[in-house]
Design a protein around this ligand. Structure first.
Ligand code: ATP
Ligand code: MG
Length: 177
């Protein structure tokens, strides 16, 4: 059935509002003014957005800024932008690889295992969409998710089959899969 995408995405994003407040960060969500209804696999979209937002907040210092821009010309396009540490061009080709992390030094203070983006990209592709990155070291990053949300693209069976690759699922989320 159709989802009110605007409401659904706003609710997902609001989970990070208290962190933004506590860390004096600017956090804005912008929607275009088109019709915001579509057919999506909510579970997949939720996991993708959660991973991208947790990265944006993790790799942006206190006082920084995170923006979410949502448009639906035909596909649903969600851009998550931060002005954090960014990613150098040498690392960009690998950030979607499983377990790849730019900073693996022992002094590394950021948590994680390097699975979030691999999972997010896999979920975007099983949703017949794409996930791309644009980033400049020292300036910030932008992750762009695009997924079709019209009924013709949605075959629940495909999705179930594709997500049968259970080993791609982050153990933290496994119970909800
Ligand atoms: P996990 O997601 O498993 O908790 P993680 O966040 O380190 O761990 P990914 O989400 O897969 O792993 O991201 C891979 C790497 O890409 C990160 O370790 C980081 O080096 C880089 N990265 C991802 N998002 C950003 C971002 N918004 N800004 C800067 N670097 C990022
Ligand atoms: Mg992550």
């Amino acid at each position: 059935e159709e989802t009110d995408l605007r409401r659904f995405i706003a609710t997902l994003c609001s989970a990070f509002q208290s962190q933004a407040d506590q860390r004096q960060m600017e956090y804005h969500i912008m929607f275009d003014d088109g019709n915001g209804a579509g057919v999506v696999d909510r579970d997949k979209i939720e996991k993708i957005i959660y991973n991208l937002l947790s990265n944006a907040f993790k790799f942006t210092p206190d006082g920084g800024r995170v923006d979410v821009e949502v448009r639906k010309p035909s596909d649903l396009v969600i851009r998550i932008r931060d002005n954090g540490i960014g990613i150098s061009s040498a690392h960009i080709p690998f950030v979607f690889d499983r377990f790849y992390q730019v900073d693996t030094s022992s002094t590394r203070f950021r948590e994680g295992t390097g699975i979030g983006l691999a999972l997010a990209k896999e979920l975007a592709e099983t949703h017949k969409g794409s996930l791309q990155v644009i980033s400049t070291e020292g300036k910030g990053s932008e992750f762009i998710l695009a997924v079709p949300v019209d009924r013709e693209h949605y075959h629940a069976d495909d999705f179930t089959q594709a997500s049968g690759k259970k080993d791609m699922v982050d153990p933290r989320y496994r119970e909800s899969v």
